[in-house]
Design a protein around this ligand. Structure first.
Ligand code: BG6
Ligand code: MG
Length: 211
């Protein structure tokens, strides 16, 4: 595979914050008596906060929720999630991730984060991951979240590279679809491997070094 830049999704790829997203949504879903398990949670991977709530509410059978109530739920989900993020530290990043980022940089690849999350800057700071990246494109830069390609196209723009020279690493189906829509190469890790839409599948981040 030929590429000049690698764009990494954050949650579930560089760090395991996907489990904190799940726990926070689970609390909200339980309050509303909505069935919600890890499989349901896979549909939320890569998808924005408000869009995630809409997906969870598909199984809601109670009385109609006002937009104020929905806004309150979104704020509370984020508060619960951020409470968990406070405990994160550089030790939450595996050696495999850190060594791979260093090696890719040494080999001359440009590196960016491409995440739907508005908490990206905070997570990069808590884990001391920011220093490895030439650019960061996240939920604060976009109006449409994955599967829309906007965040990856932003990353390419920030890096000043063409989309076809980028490789996207994703754990989300929505993220793989976004990469395809952006005209980029894609590699799936974790749950995104199942649908087989990505150009390559990897078991661990360092597998990128031999793509
Ligand atoms: C993505 C996660 O990275 O960011 C989604 O995979 C999440 O689960 C989305 O909903 C938005 O994140 P945040 O931190 O802005 O709520
Ligand atoms: Mg992800």
């Amino acid at each position: 595979m030929e590429f000049k830049a690698v764009i990494f999704d954050l949650d579930g790829v560089l760090v395991f914050t996907d489990k904190y997203h799940f726990l926070a949504w689970k609390k909200i879903a339980d309050e509303l008596d909505i069935p919600f398990d890890e499989k349901d949670n896979d549909r939320l991977r890569g998808v924005g906060r408000a869009e995630s709530l809409d997906i969870i509410l598909e199984k809601y059978t109670g009385e109609e929720l006002s937009s104020e109530k929905k806004a309150e739920l979104l704020e509370r989900k984020n508060d619960i999630y951020k409470e968990q993020l406070k405990n994160m530290s550089p030790s939450d990043v595996t050696d495999d991730v850190r060594n791979t980022l260093k090696k890719l940089h040494e080999r001359g690849y440009l590196l960016s984060v491409g995440s739907s999350s508005k908490n990206t800057a905070y997570i990069l700071e808590r884990t001391d991951l920011g220093k490895y990246f030439d650019a960061v494109a996240d939920g604060t830069h976009i109006t449409r979240t994955k599967p829309d390609p906007e965040v990856f196209l932003k990353a390419a723009e920030f890096l000043k590279v063409e989309p076809e020279d980028c490789l996207v690493i994703e754990d989300a189906d929505a993220g793989i679809e976004a990469a395809i829509a952006a005209g980029m190469h894609s590699a799936a890790i974790g749950p995104a491997r199942q649908r087989g839409r990505a150009e390559a599948c990897i078991g661990k981040i360092s597998d990128i070094l031999s793509l």
